[in-house]
Design a protein around this ligand. Sequence first.
Ligand SMILES: *Cc1c(COP(=O)(O)O)cnc(C)c1O
Length: 414
Amino acid sequence: MNDLTVTRQTFDEVMVPVFSPAAFVPDRGQGSRVWDTEGRDYIDFAGGIAVTALGHAHPALLDVLREQGGKLWHIGNGYTNEPVLRLAKRLEALTFADRAFFANSGAEANEAALKLARRVAFDRFGADKYEIVSFTQSFHGRTFFTVSVGGQPKYSEGFGPVPEGIRHLPYNDIEAAKAAIGAKTCAVIVEPVQGEGGVIPADPAFLRTLRELCDAHGAVLIFDEVQTGVGRTGHFYAYQGTDVTPDILTTAKALGNGFPIGAMLTTNELAAHFKVGVHGTTYGGNPLGAAIAEKVVELVSDPAVLAGVNARGEAIRAKLAALNERFGIFREVRGKGLLIGAELTDAWRGRAKDFLTAAAKRGVMMLIAGPDVLRFAPSLIMPMDDLNEGFARIEQAIEDVVGAEASVAADAAR
Ligand SMILES: *Cc1c(COP(=O)(O)O)cnc(C)c1O
């Protein structure tokens, strides 16, 4: 191996082809700006998929990374460490939870939550209460259990028999929930805003109904806040903007601002069903990740930061409304705080990726949520200048797509 020259093309030669990354290769970032290997700059509305809530290279996080990096990275679960204990205390002070289990990703946090729910039902009611209720279009991760619980069959097909006892119901459908949740249900898992599934907020009455049904039937209510958590909706966790409190909450993505960490938060009562050795992880709760997450939690839980989320969210909605006045390409703009989806009209169905690609050419990073929805999940502290310049570039990108379409149509008519 003497030639280590790499380009975007190298991806197609050396990587397992489960992703199809953009044509450029990001090299460094600062705040809400990213530069690629050619030195071109991008304004970042993707936030590493709702992860870099405090932007890139945040100075306070760099300080913690350097300090903890020089002290202790990993020690294993035969020992505890101060950063993880402080992180748990902070999260518990901010939420309903009394107990935390740390993992390395959202999927692992959900895996722990689902296993805990099954174990609670087993201990309390016996072996027959194991049904997990989830919702169509939901996303809970890519381990085989979590992907089977997720509501997008295309992700779980072709891997052999799926775990038994999982039901998928339509999201926001109160009557379907009433009909399906019953004596066999051990858990209901729901995203307060479906992220990957198209940025679809839950109706408050729907969440209330789930809470009532879980209480009536001795089932555990799990909120998957992997995407909505850590300030994304303008509350530290999205449940705090509803009148429903879950029994278990899972969090990851923004928790480490890019350092991989996830957590399952729960009550004393439920946590007691996980005894020593019943569940575990090698890396979960390592001091390096925990120290970084502790600083993220401290910074994001600042009321001024959370208020800024709503202000930026409003600004993005206003920009999208103005673009829609001009181009008429969105049928709906929805979401909460800085998790915003713009669904394309029928004329542009299936074309979200084209807008993403055009935006990249104009120097903008953004996301899609399925084939029809443009998704915005930028830094919670994105500078307004970057937001404004980013939307000027997005306007050009839309012009590129819509204009190209118009000239194709004109050619066809000729
Ligand atoms: C991203 C996501 C996950 C999976 O998280 P990973 O860290 O990729 O395992 C689970 N649930 C929701 C709601 C997510 O958005």
